[in-house]
Design a protein around this ligand. Structure first.
Ligand SMILES: Cc1cc2nc3c(=O)[nH]c(=O)nc-3n(C[C@H](O)[C@H](O)[C@H](O)COP(=O)(O)OP(=O)(O)OC[C@H]3O[C@@H](n4cnc5c(N)ncnc54)[C@H](O)[C@@H]3O)c2cc1C
Length: 455
């Protein structure tokens, strides 16, 4: 064990134990340097599988791992549970909500993003997004309770409304949520209810643009749309949302629509339309882009602050061709490894921090390696672009499954996840459908911090 009284020669504070923060900590080692890793959650969350928790396919612990246990063998890493309140740039200190002050020589800001509602934060309570485990559990609860309410509802018109689920946003999150909910209703819930017919649930995916998965090549977007339709999802393109109210979505009126036709009444409305940077980014006085992300230098440091790095979804980085680095897990991990290598090289060159300031060395620029795009749509339905290869359907779904399992490396329960997944896939039984907190009135549930747009 390191002596807590001895001051390390170099203090690195890492904010956020997500993909970027974790990759940084895994890659960074330097004699005499100590890392304090701060996160407001005690776990690292595998966000790509959050939708599986929301649709009762996986249980919450399957996709989360305590950060402390990930680094239990690293004496040079101190894990600190706490919420970052502010950063005092000139004093080089991070202030936590509980009052603690953490001094740093280098600061790594990897706080990720929050669900964004394009300036309509009031929509958050009526249309939750999924960004945290609390969000996913809230969605799962509201989803399953919509079917329960429909089961006891005498009015057939109201039953139809309750069994209408609207998903706003045709990006990867909206697509996977819509496909998985339709699949859940048609294959699993179908056998659970006696009065209602869950296979008649109407899942509507609303997208303001002209195609789903707009960051994918056009042919794959079209294949995704067709696969969604095959799964029973009603896809409505070129349909901007004007308002979201309790139990209804108001669409921008179409000139030809009759009055009231632009209102969709629903048992559940979900938001998958985007993510913005964690709000703390705007408080650093550094330039930010439209999504509030910190615009970084080629080495990923903040302009004029070579001792501060911004990584992952909170950073706005560019590729050499000027295209933005996407807000995906592999990019966040690559950024984490790059910053670790830059700081270690600099410490080696600096020797004594008093003699040479951070940034005194020439630093390598970050180069994003694009390995492709994968999006799952539902049971044996997905689209994939890997290098020049483009494919869809079952092969793409198998590629998606494989990649996500490989990514779960470090999760001790990887095999358990695979087994429970295969079990529900083969048997059409899903084990995570238990709802608790039924005494809480609907709408008054804890959803954690408002998760605000990103993917
Ligand atoms: C539903 C969903 C599905 C996705 N699917 C995919 C996919 O299939 N493939 C893919 O590549 N990417 C996917 N992504 C995107 C991917 O998850 C992100 O790009 C990635 O998580 C970014 O990593 P990060 O480290 O920047 O941030 P995060 O992983 O979000 O980590 C940020 C960390 O900071 C902590 N934090 C935030 N604010 C504070 C604070 N004030 N104080 C203390 N701690 C704080 C959080 O608790 C969190 O642990 C998906 C995202 C979502 C939401």
């Amino acid at each position: 064990m390191s002596d807590p009284a001895a001051r390390p020669r170099f203090r690195i504070v890492v904010l956020g134990g997500g993909f970027a923060g974790l990759a940084f900590c895994r890659a960074f080692r330097f004699p005499g340097a100590e890392i304090t890793l701060v996160d407001r959650q005690n776990h690292h969350l595998f966000q790509p599988l959050l939708y599986q928790v929301a649709v009762a396919g996986l249980a919450a612990p399957d996709i989360a791992e305590p950060i402390r246990s990930i680094f239990r063998k690293r004496d040079d890493i101190h894990v600190r549970l706490g919420e970052v309140a502010s950063i005092r740039l000139d004093e080089r200190r991070v202030i936590l909500r509980d009052g603690a002050a953490l001094p740093y020589d280098y600061l790594v800001v990897a706080l990720g993003g929050v669900t964004g509602y394009f300036g309509h934060d009031e929509w958050a309570q009526h249309a939750p997004g999924i960004k945290t485990l609390d969000d996913a559990l809230l969605v799962r609860r509201r989803l399953l309770l919509a079917f329960e309410q429909a089961e006891i509802e005498p009015d057939p018109e109201r039953v139809r409304e309750l069994l209408t689920i609207v998903v706003v946003g045709g990006g990867p999150t909206g697509v996977e949520l819509a496909g998985a909910i339709s699949d859940l209703a048609r294959t699993i819930l179908r056998r659970d209810f006696s009065r209602i017919d869950p296979t008649r649930a109407r899942v509507v995916l609303i997208e303001a643009g002209s195609r789903v998965l707009s960051t994918f090549p056009e042919d794959l977007s079209e294949k995704a749309r067709l696969q969604l339709q095959k799964l029973g999802v009603e896809v409505r393109l070129d349909t901007p949302v004007a308002d979201i109210r309790p139990g209804e979505v108001v669409l921008k009126p179409d000139a030809e629509a009759a009055p009231g036709e632009n209102i969709l009444r629903a048992g559940l409305v979900l938001w998958g339309a985007g993510v913005v940077a964690a709000p703390l980014a705007r408080s650093l006085g550094a330039p930010v882009d439209r999504a509030g992300r910190l615009v970084v230098e080629p080495d990923l440091s903040l302009p004029g602050r070579p001792e501060i790095f911004a990584l992952g979804d909170i950073a706005s980085a560019k590729r050499p061709d000027g295209k933005p680095v996407p807000g995906v897990a592999p990019a966040a991990m690559q950024m984490g490894r790059h910053a670790a290598q830059v700081i270690a090289a600099e410490l080696r060159a600096r020797g004594d921090p008093a003699s040479a300031p951070a940034g005194a060395t020439v630093r390598d620029a970050f180069a994003y390696r694009d390995k492709g795009d994968l999006a799952t749509i539902g049971r044996a339905a997905a689209v994939a672009r890997i290098g020049r290869l483009r494919f869809s359907g079952r092969p793409a779904w198998l590629a998606w499954l494989l990649v996500h399992l490989v990514f779960l490396v470090g999760f001790r329960n990887r095999i358990a996840v695979l087994i429970s997944w295969l079990y529900s896939y083969i048997t059409y039984k899903s084990g995570a459908r238990v709802v608790t907190g039924l005494d809480t009135p609907p709408g008054a549930e804890e959803s954690g911090p408002p998760s605000a747009p990103h993917r």
